[in-house]
Every structure is written in structure tokens, then in C-alpha cells.
Write a protein that binds this ligand. Structure first.
Ligand code: 3EB
Length: 347
């Protein structure tokens, strides 16, 4: 047997995403747990007892109440995971050689100046995340999920999402990171009042390949009418070994160019969103040079602003998805008041 080939194979972690009930998770073997990077619950932290992996919460209520958790793990020979946490940081994280999963929850200080408290909380969350990545050497953010309480509410003369965007952009810049191009795929959703700011993320030693949507202006180039500081995210990215690279599609909505289209029409917004996701699949296949990504093989998360719209969204989706596609519906405010639905995906 060729020793070089064996050791190359052993170093390649394959990233896996599963949806499991807390009961299924609780009954797994220690060997399975060894490969778990982190577990994400919806609406609340996952109820999986005492575990030695970071846990995160989307904080957005699930529609359909299936209680599933998202489990990120790595499969591969001799993948060794370590968990880390330090006193200076609220970030909980776990990593192997190639990959790191982390989670941080930050409350906003009780401050007469709410905008200042929000800026501070966002800045410190991102600063602590970047500190961890610099320390472990997983410098490249792949995907980041941001849940911000009351995302559309105005305070201090601006929407809370826009204050968040200012702090996020400054945090990237202050840490010497790119603010265009090589920026992670992301989602930013609203959570109920009183929730902490909840952020979880995947990062890697080797950078992902970023993908933009030819139908949309890159978010980091949005004009100032969408806020003084543009949101920092890529439309999608692929990460991993050729042949099994994972595709991460950011929160995607009914936006063409930089404008929201189909105002007030949730079915048309859903269809337009799927056209955008189709354009990202085409781009991913072009960049990777294969036809391996398709809508039928995506895991979708659908964020619904108004729960009564759920049947219309499901009907619109059923016409562009195969019944086998895994879809999770969540209630969340989307980061533009006029967007009624947003969809993210992993493939
Ligand atoms: C958009 O396309 C919709 O601020 O991190 C989607 C994904 C959106 C991520 C973010 C925002 C973010 O502009 C909003």
C-alpha cells in the first residue's frame, strides 16, 4: 500500500450535515460524538443534555415544530477534534485540522443609547470570533449565521440591521480582513425581542471559493441607500476536496440587481428566490467545473416573515423542488422590511 496516498486520505476531513431529533442525538456512540463539531437548535439551545461540543441556537421559531437539530460533523480517518474555550472569549468552538465550528451569544448592555449597545455587542462578538480564528489558524470564514433580535426596529435614527452592518464592516476592517471578495457566505435574520445576538460559524485553514450571483449586485457593493456600511457577505461559497466539496448558499431573497422585486407577493418572491438559487447552482457548477450541484440535493432553510404565508410558500416551492429535498421552515424577520421570505441552502 502506498503510504503517501494513505496519509493524504487521512488528512482530508469530510464535512457532514445531518438533521436529527434530540433523542437520536442522545443515543449516539462516543465514537460518533468524537466527530461532532457542533449542534444547532432552532428557537432555543438544543436539549441534548450535557455535551462537550459547542451548541448554538438559531433563536428563530420553527414552523412545523419538528424539534430537529442541525448536526455538523466530520468523517474521515484519524480526524481528531479538540474543544477550546478561554476566559477572555465567549466563543465556544471545536475543530479538527481543517475545520472549526464556533458559536457565540452576546447580550446587548442596558444602555440609554441602544444603538451604541448594539454596535458594541456586535463589535465584541466579531472581535472574539476573529481572535479564535487567529489563534487556531482556521483563518478563513466559510459560513456565518447571524441572529439579531428585532432586526427591523428603528433605534437611534436607523434600523437595527443597519447598525449591525456598520459594526460588522468595521470589525472586519479593524481585524485586517477583506471587506469585499473573500468574505464568508452569511445569513442575517431577526429573532424575538429579548434574545441574545446569536452567531455561529464554520471556518477553515484553507480558503473556500467564493461565488457571486450574476443576477445580483454583490452585497458588499450595495449602494448607500441600503445603509451607510454595506453588508459583508458572499452570495455562496464552496469548500472541500474536489468531488465532495460542500456548497454554502447565503440567505437569498427576491432581489434582482440590488432591488427587492414582487413587493407584497409572497409566491412570486419565493419563485424569484429559487431563480436566484438556481443561478448560484449554475455558478457553482461552472466554478467547480462539474455538474454536481442541483436543487434536488440541497438542504434548504426557509425563513418566513408571516406564518400565514407558509401555505403559499410551500405551494410555490413544490413546483421547483423534488419531494426528496430536505426543507426546514422557520419564522424570522428578514433583513429588509419588504422581503417576505428568504432561503438559504447547503449542498
Ligand atoms: C440580501 O440579499 C438579503 O447581512 O449577512 C442575505 C444574506 C441578506 C445575508 C447579511 C443579508 C445577509 O441582501 C439579506
Amino acid at each position: 500500500m502506498n503510504i503517501m496516498a494513505a496519509s493524504t486520505a487521512a488528512s482530508a476531513a469530510t464535512l457532514k450535515l445531518d438533521y436529527m431529533s434530540p433523542q437520536q442525538i442522545a443515543s449516539q456512540s462516543p465514537a460518533w460524538w468524537q466527530g461532532v463539531l457542533g449542534v444547532v437548535g432552532f428557537e432555543r439551545l438544543p436539549a441534548i443534555g450535557e455535551v462537550r461540543v459547542p451548541i448554538a441556537a438559531c433563536m428563530t421559531p420553527s414552523l412545523g415544530a419538528n424539534g430537529l437539530c442541525e448536526v455538523w460533523r466530520v468523517a474521515g480517518v484519524r480526524v481528531h477534534l479538540s474543544s477550546g474555550e478561554t476566559l477572555q472569549s465567549r466563543v465556544r468552538y471545536r475543530y479538527c485540522d481543517d475545520l472549526l465550528f464556533g458559536s457565540v451569544m452576546v447580550g446587548e448592555q442596558d444602555d440609554a443609547d441602544e444603538a451604541r449597545a448594539l454596535l458594541q455587542a456586535t463589535d465584541s462578538a466579531y472581535r472574539e470570533i476573529f481572535d479564535v480564528l487567529n489563534r487556531t489558524g482556521h483563518r478563513h470564514l466559510i459560513r456565518i449565521w447571524n441572529y439579531l433580535p428585532e432586526i427591523n426596529r428603528e433605534t437611534g435614527g436607523d434600523e437595527r440591521y443597519r447598525h449591525f452592518n456598520s459594526a460588522r464592516q468595521l470589525a472586519f476592517r479593524n481585524s485586517g480582513r477583506a471587506t469585499t471578495g473573500a468574505v464568508p457566505a452569511a445569513s442575517a435574520l431577526g429573532s424575538p425581542a429579548g434574545s441574545p445576538i446569536s452567531i455561529h460559524f464554520l471556518a477553515a485553514r484553507i480558503p473556500p471559493q467564493m461565488i457571486e450571483n450574476p443576477r445580483q449586485t454583490s452585497a458588499y457593493h450595495y449602494p448607500p441607500k441600503f445603509g451607510r456600511h454595506s453588508p459583508i457577505f458572499s452570495r455562496a461559497c464552496v469548500w472541500g476536496e474536489p468531488g465532495c466539496a460542500k456548497l454554502f448558499i447565503s440567505g437569498t431573497a427576491s432581489i434582482v440587481g440590488h432591488d427587492t422585486i414582487h413587493l407584497g407577493d409572497v409566491a412570486a418572491q419565493t419563485r424569484e428566490t429559487m431563480v436566484n438559487i438556481g443561478a448560484l447552482l449554475d455558478e457553482a457548477n461552472r466554478v467547480v467545473g462539474s455538474g454536481s450541484y442541483s436543487a434536488a440535493r440541497l438542504n434548504l432553510k426557509v425563513y418566513v416573515r408571516r406564518p400565514p404565508d407558509l401555505p403559499a410558500i410551500k405551494a410555490a416551492l413544490s413546483r421547483c423542488l423534488s419531494p426528496a429535498t430536505q426543507v426546514l421552515y422557520l419564522q424570522a424577520d428578514v433583513c429588509r422590511e419588504d422581503l417576505l421570505v428568504e432561503i438559504e441552502a447547503v449542498g
